[in-house]
Design a protein around this ligand. Structure first.
Ligand code: S3P
Length: 458
């Protein structure tokens, strides 16, 4: 798929020790990355709580977010979906009988947020909901969300192999409470907040500091009282619980933008502008790391201050230096860690990315996946239980007989390895390029256009 050639030459620029294939293709131009996946999930799911029709623009239509949209449809909402615009008319009441099956596909956000929302929203004695998922999602831990919800009184039945999907949620009267999270997870925090809003009970969540606050921002926009500081801890939800309909613009996804930003830093003579990306302070962690690594960045805020700050980011290379990431910073850039590992292979010195053990239970074991595939390219990567230690810079090269990269069907691994392929000698390919559709269906077309090729062609 990507063949940047196999002759080696010094890259030039500031760092003569860095070597690249001589016929690399620079990335130049502007990309409006697709809508933020986390915000897109929330506008779909949280419309169920609004007392009227909701709308979102810039909405991401990807495999993951469509699972959330299909879920609200299955629960009785009327959905109009046209390109990047959705309109949702929620049902006037939860379904009263029967069992509704919802396939969450590969989407942890759909499954975990729905556990909380449904636990408070379904009627006691009314319809129940069975949540299922693909093999990857069915192996991911759900106890982190089931346990605190049960403390609120939620009725959640484990249907197959313990605290994993498939799960059945039945309606119950919930009590509020205070919760200390074992994992600083925005998904778990959001599940508890949505259960609280649906059941109209006060909830305090501690231990999710630094995690994304999109649920809190949208709830506030809906007129629900929720105390939080950007990325701060704790979050206190106390009502009134009369959520109003919303009309929410969805900013560009910084986790998708990070692939182009690292690519621009790595491939000589590149300059990439991302327009309209989220500058929510809980999502700019990767930009801060890029800056620390010596990458040239210009960030201009252009709007969205009242709900989700948005702006343009221009990136070009620099004199790349090793960097450190530790636990407090991880929730603000968890999804960007695979691509930051690629960056680290070309930074001078020893990069430490630690405090990220949760990467082992994402769509795949991302520590093992990136470690093993980058080593196959010749990178000096040591896996740690909670991250990597990466020494650079090392030239990357695919062996002539290299079978395709193993992505494990994980979209972020596929995209991170594609960017590694741009600076690797020899031909690299992915075993499952289609998995990018989980979050970024147009990824390869955007790559082609940044490389000045006709869309989707080599
Ligand atoms: C998400 C939160 C993060 C992130 C995931 C999306 C969200 O997961 O990795 O891709 O939308 O709340 P955790 O909350 O489990 O860390």
């Amino acid at each position: 798929m990507i063949d940047p050639g196999c002759r080696w030459a010094p890259a030039g620029g500031n760092d003569l020790t860095r070597q690249l294939p001589s016929d690399y293709v620079s990335l130049r131009g502007t990309v409006a990355v697709p809508g933020d996946k986390s915000v897109s999930h929330r506008v779909a799911l949280m419309s169920l709580l609004a007392g009227g029709g909701c709308r979102a623009t810039g909405w991401l239509a990807s495999a993951d977010t469509l699972a959330s949209l299909e879920a609200v449809r299955a629960l009785g909402a009327r959905v109009l979906h046209r390109g990047a615009e959705i309109q949702i008319e929620p049902p006037t009441a939860p379904p009263v009988s029967g069992e509704i099956r919802i396939d969450c596909g590969n989407s942890g956000t759909t499954a975990r947020l729905l556990c909380g929302l449904l636990a408070g929203w379904l009627l006691p004695g009314g319809a129940s909901v069975v949540l299922t998922g693909d093999d990857s999602l069915s192996g991911r831990p759900m106890a982190r969300v089931i346990d605190p919800l049960r403390r609120m009184g939620a009725l959640i039945d484990e249907l197959d192999h313990g605290p994993h999907l498939p799960l059945r949620i039945r309606g119950a009267r919930l009590a509020g409470g205070e919760f200390d999270l074992a994992v600083a997870s925005a998904q778990v925090k959001s599940a508890l907040l949505l259960a609280g809003v649906a059941a109209e009970v006060e909830v305090t969540v501690r231990g999710a500091g630094g995690s994304r606050d999109h649920s809190e921002r949208l709830l506030r926009g809906m007129g629900v009282s929720v105390d939080f500081d950007a990325g701060g801890d704790p979050v206190h939800l106390f009502g009134p619980f009369e959520p109003k309909p919303f009309d929410q613009p969805v900013p560009g996804d910084p986790s998708s933008a990070a692939f182009w930003q690292v690519a621009a830093a790595l491939v000589p003579d590149s300059e990439v502008t991302i327009s309209g990306q989220s500058l929510n302070p809980g999502r700019t962690g990767a930009l801060e790391v890029l800056r620390r690594a010596g990458v040239h960045l210009t960030v201009t805020e252009t709007g969205g201050q009242e709900s989700e700050p948005t702006g343009d980011v221009v990136v070009r290379g620099g004199d790349l230096q090793a960097f450190r990431i530790s636990a407090p910073e991880v929730p603000g850039l968890i999804d960007e860690l695979p691509i930051l590992a690629v960056l680290a292979t070309q930074c001078e010195g020893k990069t430490q990315i630690r405090g990220a053990a949760d990467l082992r239970v994402k769509e795949s074991d991302r520590i093992a996946a990136m470690g093993s595939q980058l080593r196959r390219l010749g990178a000096d990567v040591e896996d740690r239980v909670d991250g990597w230690c990466i020494t650079g810079p090392t030239p990357l090269a695919a062996a002539a007989d290299l079978p395709a990269f193993v992505t494990g069907g994980d979209h972020r691994i596929a995209m991170a390895l594609t960017i590694a392929g741009l600076i690797a000698a020899g031909e690299t390919k992915l075993d499952d390029p289609d998995c990018v559709a989980v979050s970024y269906p147009e990824f390869f077309n955007d790559l082609a256009s940044l490389q000045g090729r006709a869309n989707g062609t080599e």
